[in-house]
Design a protein around this ligand. Structure first.
Ligand code: NAD
Length: 470
C-alpha cells in the first residue's frame, strides 16, 4: 500500500504521475529522478559535561544538472538518509519550478536542538561544515546550504566562518552558504523570504476567480480564515504577511499545543505573549488545547502546515475542513492524503512551488556574494537623480511646484530590500502563472502534478542540451 511509502518514494510517486503526461525517454526520467550523491557522516561531540556522543549527519545532492546544488540544513530527530534524499529531490524540482539555476541538495543532523547548549550546537555545526569541506560537499560552485527546520542565520554564520578559515584566500568564500546574517554577507529580506513567498503564492491562488468559485470562496485574502501549524521562521512570517493583508488567523499550533479563536486571534499580541512566556499556551481570550494536531482539523478557508512532513495523512485527511491547503513546509501532505483531498475538491498549493521563496532569495544572496557588492549599490543614486529630473520636468511643464517631501518619496531609488522583495514577488507570480497554464492545458490535473510537469520538462531540456557525459 502506498501509505507505507517512504518520503522519497512519495516524491517519486508525484514525479511518475507527472511524467506520465510527458513524452520523455524513460532512461532520462530515471536519471532526473535519481539522487546523485549522498554523504553520510558520524562524528564525535564533546558535551559540556565532558562526556562524548556520536552525532549522525547527512548531505544529499540530488541533481547536478545545474551547479551548485542548493538546499537547507535541517536539525531534527526526523533526519535520516531517506528524508535528506526526499528533501534534496524536492529542491531540484523547486528550483526548476521557480527558474532558479541550481541542482537540489539537502543536509541534516539528527539532533533535537532543545537537548543541546548553544556552544554544543556551535561545535556540531562547525564539525559538520569541516566534514563537508573534507569531502567537497560544500563550496560556492559545488553545494551551497541554507537554513531549514531547526537552523537559522546563527548556524549559517558558523558555517561561513568555518569555511572561510579553511580557505582564507578564497575571495568568494561567503557564497558557500546563504541565509547568513547581513553583517556576514547575508542579503536583506532572506529571513522572511520563505514566509513572504508563501504569502505571494497564496495571494496569487486566491486571486483566480474561476478557481475560487469552484471552492465556494470569494477572491482576495480579506477576511479569509487561516490556520498555521508551526510558528517558526516560515510559519510565523507567512502568518504575519497574511494577517497584514487582511486574512484572519483563527488558529495556530506549536509543539506545546493549539490556540483557537473563530473570530480571529490578535496576532501581534499573541507574538508578544509568546516572546514573554515562551509558549502560546493559555493566550487570553482564545481556546487553548494541549494537542498540536487539532489545529489541522479546525474550520478554516486556508490551512498552512509550516512544521514538518507527513502531517496530513490518510488518517486525518477526511477531517481536514480547509478548502485550500498551502504547503509552507516540505511534504506536509502524504501522497495518499493528497489523493483523498483532491477527490474532495480541496486545492493543494504544492511545496515545490509555495515555499520556493527561500531558495529564490538565497539565489539573490549568492549573486550578491559573487559580485562582492550590495544589490543596487551602483543604481540607487542614479535612479533617484533620474526620477527627480523627470519630476522637475513635469513641474516646469505644469508651472507648479510639488511638495519636496513628495518628490523625495516618489523619486527614491531602490534599496537592496526593495530589489529583493520585488524579485521575489516577480518570481512567485510568474511561476504560478506557468503552473496554472500547465494545469489548464491538461484535463483533470492538480496543481502539484502541474508543478512537477513544469519542473521535469525544464530539467529534461537541460539534460538534452547538456548531452550525457560519456
Ligand atoms: P523552524 O525550525 O524555524 O520552525 C518550525 C516550527 O514548527 C518550530 O517552532 C517547531 O516548534 C514547530 N513544530 C514542530 N512540530 C510541530 C507540530 N507537530 N505542531 C506544531 N508546531 C510544530 O523551521 P522552518 O525553517 O520554519 O521550516 C519549517 C518547514 O518549512 C520545514 O518543512 C522546512 O523544510 C520548510 N522550509 C523552510 C525554508 C526556510 O527558508 N527556512 C524554506 C523552504 C521550506
Amino acid at each position: 500500500m502506498s501509505s507505507h511509502l517512504s518520503f522519497f518514494e512519495q516524491v517519486n510517486r508525484y514525479f511518475e504521475q507527472a511524467a506520465s503526461y510527458l513524452k520523455i525517454e524513460p532512461g532520462l526520467l530515471q536519471q532526473i529522478k535519481s539522487c546523485n550523491s549522498v554523504y553520510r557522516i558520524s562524528f564525535p561531540l564533546r558535551r559540556d559535561d565532558g562526556s562524548m556522543q556520536v552525532i549522525h549527519a547527512w548531505r544529499a545532492e540530488h541533481s547536478h544538472h545545474k551547479t551548485p546544488a542548493k538546499g537547507g540544513i535541517r536539525y531534527a530527530m526526523s533526519v535520516n538518509e531517506d528524508e535528506v534524499m526526499a528533501l534534496a529531490a524536492l529542491m531540484t524540482y523547486k528550483c526548476a519550478v521557480v527558474n532558479v539555476p541550481y541542482g537540489g541538495g539537502k543536509g541534516g543532523v539528527k539532533i533535537d536542538t532543545r537537548e543541546y547548549s548553544i556552544p554544543e550546537i556551535e561545535r556540531i555545526t562547525r564539525r559538520y561544515t569541516f566534514e563537508l569541506v573534507r569531502k567537497n560537499f560544500i563550496g560556492p560552485g559545488i553545494d551551497v546550504p541554507a537554513p531549514d527546520y531547526g537552523t537559522s542565520k546563527r548556524e549559517m554564520a558558523w558555517i561561513v566562518d568555518t569555511y572561510r578559515s579553511l580557505g582564507p584566500n578564497d575571495l568568494s568564500a561567503e557564497a558557500c552558504v546563504t541565509g547568513k546574517p547581513v553583517t556576514q554577507g547575508g542579503v536583506a529580506g532572506r529571513t522572511e523570504a520563505t514566509g513572504r513567498g508563501c504569502f505571494f503564492g497564496i495571494r496569487e491562488a486566491v486571486s483566480v476567480k474561476e478557481d475560487m468559485k469552484k471552492l465556494g470562496l470569494d477572491t482576495g485574502l480579506d477576511g479569509k480564515k487561516v490556520i498555521v501549524q508551526g510558528l517558526g521562521n516560515v510559519g510565523y512570517h507567512a502568518a504575519k504577511f497574511l494577517h497584514d493583508e487582511g486574512a484572519m488567523i483563527v488558529a495556530v499550533s506549536e509543539i506545546e499545543g493549539t490556540l483557537y479563536d473563530e473570530s480571529g486571534l490578535d496576532f501581534e499580541k499573541l507574538i508578544s505573549y509568546r516572546t514573554e512566556t515562551g509558549s502560546i499556551k493559555d493566550f487570553p481570550g482564545a481556546k487553548s488545547m494541549d494537542d498540536p494536531s487539532v489545529a489541522l482539523t479546525l474550520p478554516c478557508d486556508i490551512l498552512v502546515p509550516a512544521a514538518l512532513e507527513n502531517q496530513i495523512t490518510i488518517e486525518n485527511a477526511d477531517q481536514i475542513q480547509a478548502k485550500i491547503v498551502a504547503e509552507a513546509a516540505n511534504g506536509p501532505v502524504t501522497a495518499d492524503a493528497t489523493q483523498k483531498l483532491h477527490e474532495r475538491g480541496v486545492m493543494i498549493l504544492p511545496d515545490i512551488y509555495l515555499n520556493a521563496g527561500g531558495v529564490t532569495v538565497s539565489y539573490f544572496e549568492w549573486l550578491r556574494n559573487l559580485q562582492h557588492a550590495k544589490l543596487g549599490l551602483m543604481d540607487k543614486r542614479f535612479e533617484e537623480n533620474t526620477n527627480t529630473k523627470i519630476l522637475q520636468t513635469v513641474e516646469n511643464a505644469l508651472g507648479k511646484k510639488f511638495d519636496p517631501k513628495v518628490i523625495a518619496k516618489v523619486a527614491q531609488g531602490a534599496d537592496e530590500i526593495d530589489l529583493v522583495n520585488s524579485g521575489l514577488e516577480e518570481t512567485m507570480v510568474v511561476a504560478y502563472q506557468e503552473i496554472r497554464e500547465i494545469q489548464k492545458s491538461h484535463k483533470n490535473v492538480d496543481l502539484r502534478t502541474a508543478a512537477f510537469i513544469s519542473a521535469i520538462s525544464k530539467i529534461a531540456v537541460d539534460y538534452e542540451e547538456l548531452g550525457i557525459f560519456p
